[in-house]
Design a protein around this ligand. Structure first.
Ligand SMILES: Cc1cc2nc3c(=O)[nH]c(=O)nc-3n(C[C@H](O)[C@H](O)[C@H](O)COP(=O)(O)O)c2cc1C
Length: 360
């Protein structure tokens, strides 16, 4: 009898510590009922599903009236170490703005987007005016299904039709097959640059500040890198959620695991997408973000994994060399690996509520 009671006590203790963290808290835990919300609220909800660096969600919105909104950079969410020029910040805002444009179209508005930021330190990125028009064919589910995929991809080529759908609208985008000389160069340099960044103390501290391992941290912040968002599933995810703290991500064993994982990623893809611009300006960065978001949406629809890997252009010594070696049309702004994946899971990456980043 005593033994049974001891087992019960132990089981209760285990359940109370681990029980609620068997599954990762993810986007579906925060589903919003949008039915009674205004169109602007709905548009901003969908905008917030945009891809963005470290899932910092570095946006703020001032809604002036039912048709006008201002989009600002939230500089408290700027990644000062890995993104000193603020390029990644404005690319993230560009992805957010593109989602505004796409969601507005679905709801029967055209969005007139006027870019306001001239210098990287300007915080007002854009003023957007909506006007009523015909609804587009764009499906809002495509915004919910867009995601970053970090598993190894198939190495086989992207078929010609799919590649056309991904790249045809953009003159400043190139696809570089993984087995070409340039593809091998990007793979090698991305791994080397990742390794350099992952071992940099300042970058480690910055990353740790955006890691949300425990479900409690995910619920409290609804941003950053979570086990669900990073696709760390099963027993591994359970262990990380319950036994690790964000500071553990700075330990050498963790860094080395990240390097191993990155090696498998760069070696397993069909190839690399590169977005270039002629000049480094906030406007070009915002446009880069808009292109990135559109391509990521298309890839997610086609069953093609899309994984931004920008370390080669974030680490200055690698960036200079890469621009010389690859001679893109202009300056490289964004790098992503793509490839077919057998993964139909929904996006798990969490987002903050609209009211947290919007002033109505
Ligand atoms: C400028 C930029 C750089 C990014 N760099 C990386 C990266 O190096 N590695 C990575 O796994 N994801 C990267 N991402 C993807 C974000 O981490 C991802 O969008 C964010 O965590 C939200 O997840 P979701 O795209 O699945 O919604 C980047 C995104 C942006 C906009």
């Amino acid at each position: 009898m005593n033994r049974i009671i001891n087992y019960l006590i132990l089981a209760t203790m285990v359940f109370s510590v681990f029980g609620c963290a068997c599954t990762s808290t993810s986007r579906s835990d925060f589903e919003e009922n949008l039915n009674d919300k205004s169109d602007v609220y709905r548009i901003l909800y969908y905008a917030s599903l945009a891809g963005n660096s470290h899932n910092t969600q570095p946006w703020k919105v001032n809604v002036i009236d039912d048709y006008t909104m201002e989009v600002y950079a939230d500089t408290l969410r700027h990644l000062k170490v890995v993104d000193p020029t603020r390029r990644g910040l404005f690319i993230s805002l560009g992805a957010f703005i593109e989602n505004i444009n796409l969601a507005a179209g679905n709801l029967g508005y055209s969005a007139d987007i006027v870019i306001k930021a001239e210098k990287p330190t300007d915080t007002l990125a854009a003023v957007i005016k909506l006007s009523q028009t015909e609804k587009t064919n764009f499906n809002l589910v495509d915004l919910e299904n867009r995601k970053t995929t970090r598993t190894p991809f198939e190495n086989g080529p992207i078929n010609t039709n799919d590649l056309k759908l991904i790249t045809e609208n953009f003159t400043n985008v190139v696809f570089i097959p993984a087995n070409s000389d340039n593809g091998k160069y990007i793979s090698t340099k991305t791994l080397e640059a990742y390794t350099q960044q992952a071992n940099n103390e300042d970058a480690k501290n910055e990353l740790a500040a955006w890691i949300r391992f425990s479900n409690a941290d995910v619920k409290a912040n609804r941003d950053g890198l979570t086990t669900g968002g990073m696709g760390i599933k099963g027993f591994g995810g359970f262990m990380v959620r319950n036994l690790f703290k964000p500071a553990d991500s700075k330990k050498q064993s963790f860094v080395d695991k990240g390097v191993d994982k990155t090696k498998a990623q760069v070696e397993n893809c069909a190839g690399w997408i590169i977005i270039s611009q002629t000049e480094d300006t906030p406007e070009n960065w915002i446009n880069t973000g808009r292109i990135y978001e559109q391509m990521n949406i298309t890839c997610s629809k086609l069953g093609i994994g899309f994984h931004p890997m920008n370390q080669m252009i974030e680490e200055r010594n690698f960036e200079v060399e890469a621009n010389n070696a690859l001679a893109p049309r202009g300056i490289i702004q964004f790098v992503a690996r793509i490839g077919y994946v057998k993964d139909s899971s929904k996006s798990n990456s969490v987002r903050r509520p609209v009211l947290e980043f919007t002033k109505f």
